[in-house]
Design a protein around this ligand. Structure first.
Ligand SMILES: Cc1cc2nc3c(=O)[nH]c(=O)nc-3n(C[C@H](O)[C@H](O)[C@H](O)COP(=O)(O)OP(=O)(O)OC[C@H]3O[C@@H](n4cnc5c(N)ncnc54)[C@H](O)[C@@H]3O)c2cc1C
Length: 379
């Protein structure tokens, strides 16, 4: 016999767990294809989960700004931190206002386990399709069908398929007539073209840079990687990249002019790690000698380090991306409840929507804020 429930939440990730925690109704199931709840939370923030950020503004997100503001203001970072504190979890602020679990992301999972202990989990269940028949949604899974009066799609995006990401949220939205704005990997490293293959030789080294893309400037660490470039600044830059050029200032706190009278070798005074300085000089065809002996032509060449412009070959893809850009069009969602404007009793939360946060705790905050709004609107 098919199981009948009031609310079926598809996805026991950040938004699904928060929603389930906030609802009093016990006739709820949380369906997830993993064997455990909160798989992404567990691996997030280097295992400590960057829960939120001390400064959250709509412009920390890509997406429709009014929609985002209306949702965040109902459950912002302060509300989240208070909610967690009451439940015994006090995330610690670190650099860039990022709040992390003190020891492990498991601390957050434990809060959700306690808060949802009266709810039913259906784990190792892959949702395949959702249809509507009269007053019920029919949720077909690999282990039978569930009938639900209300369905909440909290199934996340496409990134990290190895821990359960599937396209089900977009498939459900599409099947009910929703628009899916173009999807692509976000918060992800860039692969490089042959001209920049020398970056790979510097794999493992991190330096501070400023990256400019489409008038958007991002500062922070760049990590040379085996496949190209990664690190916080690159991940943030990937949100704004649309297959064009990017420009990197490899010497963000240096004026090239200030070096001209130095008697030291140029590789020693650029403020870059020695290996990086030498490899860049080689790539620019510049002999490493005393700065005060360099010709005006060489100084011109060195200016490239302040504005190194190139087109990445692509990104590392969904297997490495922290998020999926694009998603369910938000003008088709009611910001006061997260319910579809097209289909009554169908709701969308978190990353499946066309809202993407920068690096720094913004994506979990979004997942939790949408869950709160839904919890208030769904009863
Ligand atoms: C490596 C990594 C690190 C990250 N670190 C941070 C961080 O520190 N801070 C931050 O703010 N954000 C971080 N993010 C982003 C953040 O994890 C997501 O934006 C957030 O989890 C989205 O929440 P969600 O509820 O929408 O989806 P998710 O948390 O992804 O949950 C969706 C759930 O649905 C399940 N599911 C999918 N398809 C099906 C199906 N067909 N049937 C059944 N179940 C299904 C999935 O397995 C998953 O458990 C990170 C992401 C990654 C990949």
């Amino acid at each position: 016999m098919n199981r009948e429930v009031d609310i079926a939440i598809i996805g026991a990730g950040a938004s699904g767990l928060m929603l389930s925690s906030l609802l009093d109704n016990k006739n709820i199931v949380l369906i997830d294809n993993n064997a455990k709840i909160g798989s992404k939370i567990l691996i997030s923030g280097g295992g400590k989960c960057n829960v939120t950020n001390g400064k959250v503004k709509p412009n920390n997100y890509l997406g429709e700004q009014r929609f985002i503001r209306n949702i965040i203001k109902r459950f912002d970072q302060h509300d989240l931190l208070k909610w967690l504190a009451v439940r015994g979890l006090t995330p610690i602020p670190r650099s860039r206002n990022q709040y992390f679990c003190e020891n492990s992301a498991k601390e957050l999972i434990d809060v959700f386990k306690r808060e949802t202990s009266a709810k039913t989990y259906l784990l190792n269940r892959v949702v395949q399709t959702v249809d509507k028949e009269k007053d019920f949604f029919k949720i077909k899974t690999n282990k039978g069908t569930i009938l639900a009066k209300k369905v909440v799609v909290a199934s996340g995006g496409l990134s990290f398929p190895k821990i359960g990401a599937t396209s089900i949220g977009y498939d459900i939205a599409k099947s009910f007539g929703h628009t899916i704005n173009t999807l692509c990997a976000g918060l992800v490293g860039f692969t490089v073209q042959p001209e920049q293959f020398f970056f790979k030789e510097l794999s493992g080294i991190a330096i501070d840079v400023k990256i400019t893309i489409d008038k958007k400037e991002v500062e922070g660490a760049l990590l040379f990687a085996h496949k190209g470039i990664s690190g916080p600044a690159v991940l943030d830059a990937s949100l704004y990249w649309n297959k064009g050029k990017i420009s990197i200032d490899f010497l963000p706190s240096l004026r090239i002019d200030s070096l001209k009278s130095s008697k030291k070798h140029i590789s020693k005074i650029l403020g870059l790690p020695n290996r990086v300085a030498k490899r860049f000089l080689e790539a620019l065809n510049i002999e490493d000698k005393s700065a005060n002996k360099l010709t005006p032509e060489v100084w011109m060449k060195l200016e490239v380090l302040k504005n190194y412009s190139f087109s990445p070959a692509g990104t590392f893809g969904y297997s490495k991306a922290e998020v999926t850009k694009g998603g369910v069009a938000t003008d088709e969602i009611d910001a006061s409840s997260m319910m579809s404007k097209k289909v009554d009793n169908l709701y969308f939360l978190g990353e499946v929507l066309d809202v993407t946060g920068e690096l720094g705790g913004y994506n979990f905050q979004w997942a939790f804020s949408t869950a709160f709004v839904c919890a208030k609107g769904i009863n």
